[in-house]
Design a protein around this ligand. Structure first.
Ligand SMILES: Cc1ncc(COP(=O)(O)O)c(C=O)c1O
Length: 481
């Protein structure tokens, strides 16, 4: 055993990471070949840069239930589930059947369909919302929700948390995983663009706050009193592993938003209909003004949605009666000088919004697959996986801890509990790399990055949890040998 006081032999980690990456290459020549071909037509060889990782991503050919198969015919138990899209599992029979019928009857009308009303009604009842609008991705949902919040309040600045990810539009593609030397003071983090091509003028409206530090958030809101349109937050930071809110943190955000006339937006793209039937809203018992959904609500097809309080959402119909609407001295209506372009409402648009394909998939997923009764089993499986990993880490003295919130979890390879992005930087990325390839080579597929986490679906089985634990135990044994 080469573990001493939570320190493991670095050479051994490097050796196993190198050996397992070589084994990955040996098992997946067809993916390597496809990657070479892809690079000639697609920058980084993929359609979204999140899909790229070294030495090359697996190319997949088919998936069903909890299993996915790569281009070399290797089958994996899928714990990635498309970055958390598939709480329903791959091609759930009910979803697949409904989609087959739908495909035969037209997939896009740009006229509304009844299923869209029913899906909106279902989401309303789960999230205690007054109304909902649909989009096609999480990015669109957060972009639209922020625009509605700005239109409603007549303000332009937003508060976003360091380490949070809300999609790839300019306003929020900042301070996602900023480099240490640029991130600034803990109490007032710098706004650091996460991409080239983002105009400085865009990010000057985004103020970064530290997650889980309510007093610091209060100070930031005070410093910008009357300027903040929205606070946008992932209720659990699921883009830096798994970082739950400290008790009282979300409640304090709710109070601060009320005190400052700011719209509180929960980005439930990962948490919604996964943590619980009613998402983070139900799980934590805190109600935002607006919430954003995507991923799992569509059962595997592209979809997004946002919704919430009538007063805010109806800005899409008219700004009359909103804080942005300030009657002029003569009381003749909107003071157009305060509203850019003299607009009288917030635009929310999209050719594919509410298309019959995603409305059908969403409706079946929510009303027939992710029904109230499935959550206790999902939670029990996830808790067992976490407890099993925790035992293995402890038995082997591996520096790390296992954590889940509902059906989403991971092993965080750092001994101290992570409460925000700055703690996350300390993660042992080489140990994570060794574990990723070790597990993949033995049929356990995790998301290809330490910032993501496993998601269990209704189609995973207890035997698959056992298999994960057996492979993870072998990994822990070898790495500490
Ligand atoms: C919390 C959160 N919000 C928004 C998004 C963006 O969603 P999409 O990739 O569908 O645009 C993601 C994607 O991972 C996410 O995790």
């Amino acid at each position: 055993m080469t573990v001493t006081e939570n320190r493991i032999d670095r050479t051994r980690i490097t050796d196993i990471a190198t050996r397992e990456e070589a084994e990955y290459r040996r098992r997946t020549p067809r993916s390597a070949e496809l990657f070479e071909r892809a690079r000639r037509s697609l920058p980084l060889g993929v359609a979204s840069s999140f899909q790229a990782y070294d030495p090359y991503p697996l190319f997949m050919t088919d998936a069903r239930g909890s299993r996915i198969t790569d281009a070399d015919g290797n089958e994996y138990i899928d714990f990635d589930m498309a970055f958390g899209v598939l709480a329903a599992g791959h091609s759930h029979p009910l979803v697949a059947q409904a989609l087959a019928t739908r495909v035969a009857n037209g997939t896009c009308y740009t006229f509304p369909v009844e299923q869209g009303i029913a899906l909106a009604e279902e989401i309303k009842s789960r999230f205690g919302a007054d109304c909902v609008r649909f989009s096609n991705s999480g990015t669109e949902a957060t972009m639209d929700a922020i625009r509605v919040a700005r239109g409603y309040t007549g303000r332009e600045k937003i508060v976003k948390f360091e380490g949070g990810y809300h999609g790839h539009h300019d306003d929020v593609l900042v301070s996602i995983q900023p480099p240490r030397e640029l991130m600034g003071q803990a109490e007032s983090p710098a706004t650091v663009p996460a991409s080239a091509g983002i105009p400085r003028s865009r990010i000057s409206e985004t103020i970064i706050a530290p997650f889980n530090e309510p007093d610091m958030v209060a100070a930031i809101l005070e410093a910008h009193a009357g300027e903040i349109a929205a606070i946008i937050v992932e209720p659990v930071q699921f883009n830096i592993g798994v970082v739950p809110p400290k008790p009282g943190f979300l409640e304090r955000l709710r109070e601060l938003a009320d005190e400052h006339g700011t719209v509180l937006i929960f980005d439930e793209v990962k948490t919604g209909v996964v943590l619980a039937w009613g998402g983070a809203y139900e799980y934590f018992g805190v109600k935002p003004d607006l919430f954003c959904l995507a991923k799992s609500i569509g059962g595997g097809v592209p979809i997004g949605a946002f919704g919430g309080r009538d007063a805010v959402m109806r800005s899409i119909e008219s700004l009359e009666g909103t804080p942005a609407f300030s009657a002029d001295a003569a009381g003749t209506g909107i003071d157009r000088t305060t509203i850019p372009g003299g607009a009288t409402r917030v635009a929310h648009l999209g050719t594919f919004n509410g298309n019959p394909l995603s409305m059908t998939a969403g409706l079946v997923t929510l009303t027939q697959v992710l029904t109230r009764d499935v959550y206790p089993r999902l939670h029990a499986m996830a808790d067992r996986l976490t407890a099993g990993c925790a035992d293995i880490l402890a038995e082997h003295g591996l520096p790390g801890y296992a954590i889940n919130v509902g059906p989403k979890g991971c092993v965080m390879f750092t001994p101290e509990r992570v409460t925000n992005y700055r703690d996350f930087i300390g993660l042992d990325s080489e140990l994570w790399t060794a574990s990723f390839f070790y597990l993949a080579n033995r049929g356990i597929l995790l998301p290809p990055g330490p910032d993501d986490q496993w998601t269990l679906s209704v189609q995973h089985t207890d035997a698959e949890i056992d298999r994960y634990l057996a492979v993870f135990r072998d990994f822990a044994t070898e790495i500490t040998m």
